[in-house]
Design a protein around this ligand. Structure first.
Ligand SMILES: Cc1cc2nc3c(=O)[nH]c(=O)nc-3n(C[C@H](O)[C@H](O)[C@H](O)COP(=O)(O)OP(=O)(O)OC[C@H]3O[C@@H](n4cnc5c(N)ncnc54)[C@H](O)[C@@H]3O)c2cc1C
Length: 403
């Protein structure tokens, strides 16, 4: 992967975050889970907190962190050790995503895509050779990957995709375009979903440098500014036959990947909410108006009490979801509920926290406005807020209301 020299300013501000734990949920975590959380928290405080605001302000993707994330085991932590992962449980994966997104949703997006949307499909549906070739390098951060499902004309309804893969005897030919792809301009490989001659969805690994393949960057985002997003364009790309994911086809394959990523998002968005809550709590205890700390006014206390209640509910939701996932019992609808609830909750907490800081709330002195803008993407990608509501509606009634 090419590394460009970035001009990033390091803030001297100390990140002294401690997570709120009103219902003693930490008591439900294992010693190992708590140790991993501390290690990721320390790493994020040292390496990411001091630079993230400047990266977001400048819309710079801190690509040097790819290697650091790899060394910290943040890519595909549930993948077995033989393929470069740590074989951690799903709760540990969730905790890692929470600690990353506590600092920035864009950084968590990079890790979610690499782990859940690139390594997971290669591990689940890939051949032995594909697993050996790609997984260790993706785990270590030597390689960056992206996941191409969304198209310019097909977002919430990926079944309408037009990207095509045709069998040309000794190779496949890939044509079409993907849109809004996290990591794509810097990615070494892309896991791409395309329809074959029979209209069946197939997954294929496309490598950077293949003739006819390009990944232009999407500029001018007001959200996830420290994450890099782009398109994927395939103009008669010749893809070797051995790059097809042989293990599963149909739309169910990318949807399984989305389940894994959405699970991580449910944990992650909660991290952003906890950071906003802690920032508002500390600020209102220090800031004085009308002769006393603003935290002493009932209106501010109502906001803090409601934020902490919503955070505690969300903490219990993901903790239980983690248990269900580890037992192989978490359904897509349960994951939808957690993603939808926790992201909406985080957005609400961020908006409220921003108001509690008054004018300071809109500056980069505090992380709240950045979290708030980031969460506007998180509430949209991996199934919008309303699409998850329709998934739940279908689960409850048995009547699909998508079309
Ligand atoms: C920053 C960012 C990063 C992303 N990263 C990736 C990535 O790495 N890989 C990838 O494949 N995709 C990625 N996406 C794409 C993302 O998943 C889509 O944006 C999302 O699925 C919504 O699709 P859309 O933008 O086309 O909106 P649309 O599908 O056009 O939806 C627009 C609005 O219509 C609503 N709507 C749609 N259908 C219905 C319905 N049946 N009933 C009621 N309301 C409906 C939606 O809820 C939404 O509010 C990313 C998006 C963003 C913003």
């Amino acid at each position: 992967m090419e590394q460009e020299q970035l001009n990033i300013k390091r803030s001297s501000k100390v990140d002294d975050y401690q997570s709120p734990d009103f219902y003693q949920i930490d008591d439900l975590l294992t010693e190992e889970q708590l140790q991993v959380r501390q290690a990721v928290r320390d790493y994020m405080k040292q390496e990411v907190s001091p630079i993230i605001e400047d990266c977001a302000q400048q819309a710079l993707f801190p690509s040097h962190l790819i290697q650091g994330f790899g060394e910290m085991g943040l890519f595909g932590p549930t993948i077995p050790e033989e393929y470069g992962g740590n074989g951690f449980d799903d709760t540990t994966y969730g905790i890692m995503m929470q600690e990353i997104e506590r600092v920035d949703s864009g950084m968590r997006s990079m890790a979610s895509v690499q782990g859940s949307l690139v390594m997971y499909p290669i591990y689940k549906f890939g051949s032995k050779e594909q697993k050996r070739k790609y997984l260790p390098k993706l785990a270590s951060g030597e390689m960056l990957g992206c996941f191409g499902l969304t198209e310019p004309d097909h977002g919430s309804n990926p079944s309408g995709m037009r990207t095509s893969i045709t069998d040309e005897g000794d190779h496949y030919l890939l044509n079409g375009a993907k849109m809004w792809i996290t990591n794509s301009p810097m990615a070494d490989i892309a896991v791409v979903w395309a329809k074959n001659e029979e209209g069946r969805v197939k997954g294929v690994i496309v490598e950077k440098g293949m003739e006819g393949f390009s990944a232009p960057e999407i500029h001018n985002k007001w959200s996830l500014r420290a994450s890099i997003t782009g398109e994927l364009v395939f103009d008669n790309v010749k893809v070797p036959k051995e790059n097809l994911l042989p293990g599963k086809d149909g739309l169910g394959a990318p949807l399984m990947c989305l389940d894994s990523a959405r699970y991580g998002i449910a944990w992650g968005a909660l991290g952003a909410a906890m950071d906003c809550y802690e920032t508002a709590r500390k600020y209102t205890l220090e800031r004085e108006q009308f002769g006393k700390p603003i935290a002493g006014f009932q209106l501010q206390q109502k906001k803090l009490a409601e934020m902490l209640t919503a955070i505690t509910q969300a903490q219990l939701l993901v903790w239980r979801l983690g248990q269900l996932k580890e037992q192989g019992k978490a359904s897509s609808a349960q994951i939808s509920m957690a993603k939808r609830n926790n992201v909406a909750m985080a957005l609400e907490v961020a908006r409220t926290a921003r108001q509690m800081l008054g004018g300071m709330g809109i500056t980069g002195e505090y992380p709240i406005m950045r979290h708030m803008m980031n969460l506007e993407s998180v509430v949209t990608y991996e199934g919008t807020h309303d699409i998850h509501l329709l998934i739940l509606g279908n689960e409850i009634t048995g009547i699909p209301a998508f079309s």
